[in-house]
Write a protein that binds this ligand. Sequence first.
Ligand code: NAD
Length: 246
Amino acid sequence: MLKGKSALVTGSSRGIGRAIALELAKQGANVAVNFSGNEEKAQSVVEEIEELGVKSFKVKADVSNEAEVKQMIKQVVDQFNSLDILVNNAGITRDNLLMRMKEEEFDQVINTNLKGVFVCTKAVTRQMMKQKAGRIINVSSIVGVSGNPGQANYVAAKAGVIGLTKTTAKELASRNILVNAIAPGFISTDMTNALTEEQRKDMLDMIPLAKLGEPEDVAKVVRFLASEDANYITGQTIHIDGGMVM
Ligand code: NAD
């Protein structure tokens, strides 16, 4: 499905990013694994990808740092000769009720989860324009659509990602660069494993399919959006949430 394509997945040393990187590789894409902290985990994802018979390498960059991101994109293009698919996946949470949320907690989340998407998108655009083709897939969140108490910073960033997706989709459509977002609900990863039993139960009560999603459920939708099957889809946000928000 993606043979000969090259992809960069930000924050792909674990969780949803790792599942996306592996899924794109299974479809034949060469995949660069971005990480900011855990180099060992990133290396093990690279090895898993290489076992699938495609090329991979790890690349360290903080997605909110423009200089590091420019260097990362250059490295990907140097290694793979193209960059066809960017998945903006890197994200953090710093949850707190509004009245307790510190300015720095707000800034950190906006910087990584929203500014990071802007910086990475801007940095790949020139290359994709040269190629006259590209796919950008932004990982938002269902709470960016619905709101969520205790996550003012995260929700603002993820809602911002949906707006950014629509605007970049409109700006880049004439260059054959398609930009879409996905909005996962509760997916079983380190991010949701941090929840208490009570929070987990409350969550399940809100999900019509009555179960958490798996990273692979998300990865398969990204694979679709990256493929030729999604040639006529841009500016959309696809919910992957077991029916939580309709
Ligand atoms: P995770 O914490 O397991 O993974 C996040 C990854 O992003 C980590 O590898 C981390 O090192 C990386 N990262 C963080 N800051 C970075 C930075 N500045 N530069 C580069 N990399 C950075 O979380 P996850 O659950 O796999 O989440 C992946 C994405 O999916 C995030 O954008 C998250 O907001 C989104 N999401 C997750 C859920 C869920 O239920 N798990 C739901 C909706 C959306």
